[in-house]
Design a protein around this ligand. Structure first.
Ligand SMILES: Cc1ncc(COP(=O)(O)O)c(C=O)c1O
Length: 387
């Protein structure tokens, strides 16, 4: 199916056919894994569009085309990890430039900003982006990039993408949205005015906890050229086997996401009525502070959530975290299997405790990545662990 035809199709068709052209040499329906570092040239500079695999690889190209289609973008770029994709975006900037970023976000992004890029003279201001006005108030002439995560990891805060896009446009800054938690099935930030969408493809895009990878999608050709230049110059490219795994994962994104949403909804409501559970953070509750915005910009609420126990201590949380059997205690999210995580000790340990607490991430917070197992078994597992 030509790319033009594909863009007019419904999401399930787009997801399955994105980037999938039969291999011209054999007709193979699945994109081959081009495990090569270089390509033979018939004369110096005369080649078939591929010179050296850091710059181009046909398996990666198929994936990058698929990534663009998934986010309704013109271009996609794949990176060796989500963090490498974020790193490429920050490398668009120069010393003295300012970034406004969310105060509640993935710990590794915060670590990259504070521990790597601050020393190169890039300034970061952290605000609660769930109130777009906070971003507006932080804008200065040096603001070149606004970085938001929505929903946030791990507190499920929601930011109004369209409102922030209009702030970024009038400030002359780029807006990049980390769309990892929603996945392109639930939310498409480019359609709401974002300039760049970032994904940790390790999560829902891959979907099977078997690959580390990142992605950037965009519409602007000049921006794509700049980011492609950074991709090939800095070299954080994924290998062809990993590109194949993400291409394969993408084909079931819609069916997986439907089940993540269904299971997530049941578990969020179940947790909420549990007498030993304190607060449940899930953006599908009608009394979530930004529920209306979530409903407007997302097609569903996903399978990510966090909760505290009424006994909000590390000891009580640790007991639950160590007692599940269907939920595995592990970092990461977005795979078919359910995971349970302790952000303060695991995924968000790189954020200083004081900062974490200030932003509402308590020591006892428990994060769930609800998988697509039978939901009754998941609930029974949590019941046994919480007691
Ligand atoms: C929201 C979010 N963004 C970015 C990343 C980083 O991605 P990766 O681990 O693929 O480098 C993660 C990883 O957990 C994440 O949860």
């Amino acid at each position: 199916m030509s790319k033009g035809d594909l863009r007019s199709k419904k999401i399930a068709t787009r997801i399955i056919h994105a980037g999938a052209e039969p291999d011209p040499s054999t007709g193979a329906i699945m994109t081959p894994i081009f495990q090569t570092s270089t390509y033979v040239q018939s004369a110096p500079g005369v080649n078939k569009g591929y010179e050296y695999a850091r710059s181009q690889n046909p398996t990666r190209k198929a994936l990058e085309d698929a990534l663009a289609i998934l986010e309704n973008g013109k271009f996609g770029l794949a990176f060796s990890s989500g963090v490498a994709a974020t790193d490429a975006v920050i490398k668009l900037l120069a010393p003295g430039d300012e970034v406004i970023a969310g105060s509640d976000m993935y710990g590794g992004t915060y670590r990259l900003f504070t521990k790597v890029f601050e020393k190169f003279g890039i300034k970061f201001k952290y605000v609660d982006t769930s109130h777009a006005q906070n971003i507006q108030d932080a804008v200065s002439p040096a603001t070149k990039l606004i970085w938001i995560e929505t929903p946030t990891n791990p507190l499920m805060n929601i930011t109004d993408i369209a409102a922030v896009a209009s702030i970024s446009k009038s400030a002359g800054a780029l807006l990049c949205v980390d769309n990892t938690f929603a996945s392109p099935y639930l939310q498409n930030p480019l359609d709401m005015g974002a300039d760049i969408v970032m994904h940790s493809s390790t999560k829902y895009l891959g979907g099977h906890s078997d690959v580390i990878q990142g992605a950037l999608m965009m519409n602007d050709a000049a921006l794509r050229e700049q980011l492609y230049f950074i991709q090939k110059s800095c070299g954080a490219v994924p290998g062809p086997m990993d590109c194949f795994l993400v291409l394969r994962g993408i084909k079931t994104l819609h069916v997986r996401m439907k089940q993540h949403c269904e299971n997530g909804e049941k578990i969020a409501h179940w947790l909420r009525q549990h007498p030993k559970v304190g607060r449940v953070y899930w953006c599908g509750f009608e009394d979530h502070p930004n529920y209306d915005i979530a409903k407007k910009q997302m097609r569903g609420f996903g399978g990510m959530m966090s909760f505290t126990l009424k006994d909000d201590t590390v000891e009580a949380a640790t007991k639950v975290l160590s007692s599940t059997h269907v939920f595995s205690l592990a970092e990461s999210l977005g795979g078919v299997e359910s995971l349970i995580n302790h952000p303060a000790v695991m995924t968000h340990a790189s954020i200083p405790r004081e900062e974490r607490i200030k932003n509402g991430l308590s020591d006892g917070l428990i994060r769930l990545s609800v998988g697509i197992e039978d939901v009754d078994d998941l609930i029974e597992d949590l019941q046994n662990a919480i007691g």
